[in-house]
Design a protein around this ligand. Sequence first.
Ligand code: AMP
Length: 218
Amino acid sequence: MILLLFGPPGSGKGTQSAKLVERQGFCQISTGDLLRSSIREGTTLGIKAKSYMDNGDLVPDEVVIGMVDGVLRQKLHAGISKFIFDGFPRTVEQARRLDGLLEQSGLKADEAVFIEISRSELVKRLTGRRVCSSCGAVYHVTTSPSKTDGICDKCGGNLIQRSDDQESVIKSRLDIYDSAALVLRRYYEGQGVARVIDGNSSVEDVYQRIISKNTLGP
Ligand code: AMP
């Protein structure tokens, strides 16, 4: 089962993916998380990706596809075949290449779920988001603050604002998402697997909408 989860930055893709992992046993592949951990670890890939990410631009296809290829191979080798892709693909080239990678293992994208949400809500969520510089845990200054201001509840690391969550960068990230989502929706509509859901409600409501289709359960 392959689920592709699309949504603008701040739409809760990461939160929903975590729920799908916990409740449905999916294995999550989040290119944003993978890239951020490469940056934290100071790998060559991380160094290559950092300037694009700081500016809110997409990291070049070849870099991201190579990274996904490696991770997917590893997981398939370990016998995993239930995946949720979060933040990937972001271009038609990435979508085509993902199809190719899946096909090699007799898999295909079963569902492409697009979360839609108002821009004003997204800006509110993104500007208040704080992340732990050590473990990557995510907080929000008003809706889910840490117990001690600026300190991660889980590991005691410092909470920072992602450089791409600064207001000046957010608009460009949302514009990039909107134009990419339009073509990707068409691409997956062509395969008969696209589904659009309303993301303007609680985490649980959105989760129920994601899993409401027969193929996913509840
Ligand atoms: P995200 O956490 O998914 O919002 O991703 C954060 C940033 O990582 C994006 O703004 C891009 O710079 C980069 N990124 C993540 N996934 C991809 C991808 N599939 N293709 C290109 N860049 C990506």
